[in-house]
Ligand binder design. Structure first.
Ligand SMILES: NC(=O)c1ccc[n+]([C@@H]2O[C@H](COP(=O)([O-])OP(=O)(O)OC[C@H]3O[C@@H](n4cnc5c(N)ncnc54)[C@H](OP(=O)(O)O)[C@@H]3O)[C@@H](O)[C@H]2O)c1
Length: 357
């Protein structure tokens, strides 16, 4: 008997735990900028965790952030924060160019880390961070929060169920008007569209199809040399992935997973909390969405707290190998776009199925 859509959804093998029930963990933030505020709000509104310390390169900025948000401890250096007994885990919320050094700083001080996306500037730096985590036996994870959102978890379960048939095309787009943001222009901060925005569709495609074979990329560069737009075609033996990104336009930021028997369409913006529309056989359609408080980071924050409680060094949903592979895909896209950051060794052509050869 053929399963109908509501039955497919009812029979999915998914277990989305309420982030509010996660074990408590005391977080310390490195880099009190824009994204640190959302992290703090979602940790407090959506989980059993708290932010107990913040560090800035300036004592005044740390104290101002701490006072504004009611954080108990403010440090005028990142070194002081990672040495603090007031925290269990560090959130690295600095620009991409700094992620490797700040993550290693925390790990060397014996603290597990959650590192903002893009995890590092390139796959070689990602390996360096994860080598330290491995040597220290400490948890590390890329903050690719979208992977933990309920609609993403459900979409992956639908793919696994076989209801879409064979997945033959996965498409993701992410464009925002960010030309006014200095960090995006700056090669020294590893700016550009790819590491900030393009990482979402690339990681999304990777979460469904895994590591591609051949990659072809085209795009534009800003006057500073960083990428402003790109289209990346990811070739798989029986499927295609297409990722587009742009920092000069607010694009629809949609995504879909196309199979031989059905399709999943993600709402705008696909990487944020939202819903999906599932169509099987091109006719019957069903919506899936969940309502929950806070901005969506709570799911990844709870995942980290649960992994720490279980003494795991990596998350099964965002494992180290996936981070290295996603960084390897972006290395290859940048190599083809001729985008290289200062002091970065030349990017070597990627070997299909892995990082640079
Ligand atoms: N998950 C998401 O939805 C999301 C959204 C936006 C951004 N992000 C990611 O979050 C990270 C930070 O982005 P953001 O928008 O929050 O940046 P931001 O507002 O510029 O904040 C970055 C913070 O890093 C610190 N920092 C350390 N070294 C720095 C340097 N050399 N130059 C500039 N700042 C430096 C600064 O704090 P002090 O100088 O006070 O120490 C600054 O407040 C990036 O990796 C970005 O991709 C994620």
């Amino acid at each position: 008997m053929e399963l109908q859509l509501p039955e497919i959804l009812a029979n999915l093998d998914v277990d989305i735990e309420d982030p509010a029930t996660c074990p408590p963990a005391r977080w310390g933030i490195i880099g009190p900028g824009g994204i640190a505020r959302q992290f703090l709000n979602d940790a407090r509104d959506g989980t059993a965790c708290d932010v107990t310390a913040v560090a800035s390169r300036s004592k005044e900025r740390a104290e101002a952030f701490a006072a504004h948000h009611g954080i108990a401890h403010a440090y005028g250096s990142y070194e002081e924060l990672v040495a603090s007994d007031e925290i269990d885990v560090v959130y690295v919320a600095t620009p991409h160019s700094e992620h490797r050094d700040h993550a290693i700083l925390a790990l060397e001080a014996g603290k597990p880390v959650l590192v903002e996306k893009a995890f590092t500037r390139n796959s070689a730096e990602a390996r360096q961070v994860l080598d330290v985590a491995r040597a220290k036996g400490l948890f590390a994870m890329e903050a690719m929060w979208s992977r933990f959102l309920p609609h993403m978890v459900v979409a992956r379960a639908i793919v696994r169920s076989g209801a879409l048939g064979d997945v033959v095309q996965v498409v993701g787009d992410h464009g925002q008007t960010l030309t006014h943001v200095e960090r995006m222009w700056n090669p020294a901060l590893a700016g550009g569209a790819l590491l900030d925005l393009g990482v979402y569709p690339i990681s999304f495609i990777h979460s469904v199809l895994g590591s591609p074979g051949e990659i072809r990329a085209m795009g534009h560069r800003l006057s500073t040399g960083v990428d402003s737009s790109s289209v990346a075609a990811l070739m798989y033996p029986d499927a295609l992935g297409v990722a587009t990104t742009n920092l000069a336009a607010r694009t629809p930021t949609r995504a879909w997973i196309g199979g031989t028997q059905g399709r999943i369409d993600f709402d705008t913006d696909f990487y944020r909390p939202g819903g999906i529309t599932v169509a099987i056989g091109g006719e019957e359609q069903v919506r899936w969405e969940a309502a929950y408080p806070a901005g969506g980071f709570q799911f990844q924050i709870a995942e980290v707290a649960r992994c720490l409680d279980a003494q795991a060094t990596e998350s099964a949903t965002m494992p180290w190998e996936d981070t290295i592979e996603v960084m390897g895909i972006m290395d290859e896209v940048r190599r083809q776009l001729a985008v290289r950051y200062p002091d970065e060794p030349s990017l070597r052509p990627r070997h299909p199925g892995g990082g640079p050869g």
